[in-house]
Ligand binder design. Structure first.
Ligand SMILES: CC(C)(COP(=O)(O)OP(=O)(O)OC[C@H]1O[C@@H](n2cnc3c(N)ncnc32)[C@H](O)[C@@H]1OP(=O)(O)O)[C@@H](O)C(=O)NCCC(=O)NCCS
Length: 176
């Protein structure tokens, strides 16, 4: 069986991706969507999507396998030299195959390259996969409210925005 990580591509989202993103949300279980959004949500509205993929406010990226959307990265940036708010979603039937780990590494790299000082993500305390993904990247953990943790990853030296990012860029296709 193919290692799906060899087939996965992570790329910046564009406006026309919204339908594929919402189709992917519809294929996700309610539990997975709740773990991502900490409430009931089954789709992203057009006005939200316009902000989510606008580079002035951060970035979004799609995880695709053979052009099929299986995951979504969202990072909301409040400006340079701040911690940016990150979220990660992998469709149920593609979980447990390394894609979340791959997407999180991309997320951290892209946030740093975009000028963030670090990222934060809200993870429910019983979300073993979510905790593992951010712990592997060196997250510190803080309890914000009962049942919810904040994973914080601070970048020691923010990357120069606009610098040549290619030497340290994780490969988008067959990287591990
Ligand atoms: C969290 C999430 C992104 C992880 O994606 P994934 O593709 O399943 O992650 P991976 O396959 O890379 O596995 C991540 C780790 O969890 C471990 N894991 C897999 N299944 C697990 C399970 N059932 N219980 C505990 N750990 C598990 C893996 O072994 C791996 O750890 P390792 O690197 O030590 O081997 C995905 O499960 C998801 O979208 N969940 C719903 C949304 C969410 O929770 N987002 C995070 C908060 S924003």
């Amino acid at each position: 069986m193919d290692d799906v990580r060899d087939l996965a591509v992570i790329r910046r989202a564009v406006a026309s991706d919204l339908d594929a993103v919402n189709d992917m949300h519809a294929r996700c279980s309610a539990e997975t969507r709740r773990a991502r959004y900490h409430g009931q949500r089954d789709r992203i509205r057009a006005v939200e999507w316009a902000a989510l993929h606008d580079p002035r406010y951060g970035f979004s990226a799609l995880v695709t396998v053979q052009n099929h959307t299986v995951g979504l990265v969202n990072v909301i940036g409040a400006g340079p030299e701040t911690l940016w708010e990150a979220g990660l979603l992998i469709e149920d039937s593609w979980q447990g195959r390394g894609l979340g780990t791959r997407a999180a590494a991309y997320l951290v790299w892209e946030a740093r390259a975009s000028g963030a000082c670090g990222i934060e993500a809200l993870v429910e305390s019983d979300n073993a996969r979510g905790k593992r993904v951010f712990s592997r990247l060196g997250a510190e953990w803080f309890r914000e409210e009962p049942g919810v943790l904040t994973a914080r990853i601070r970048f020691s030296v923010p990357a120069a925005v606009g610098s040549d990012r290619s030497p340290s860029r994780p490969p988008m296709g067959a990287c591990r």
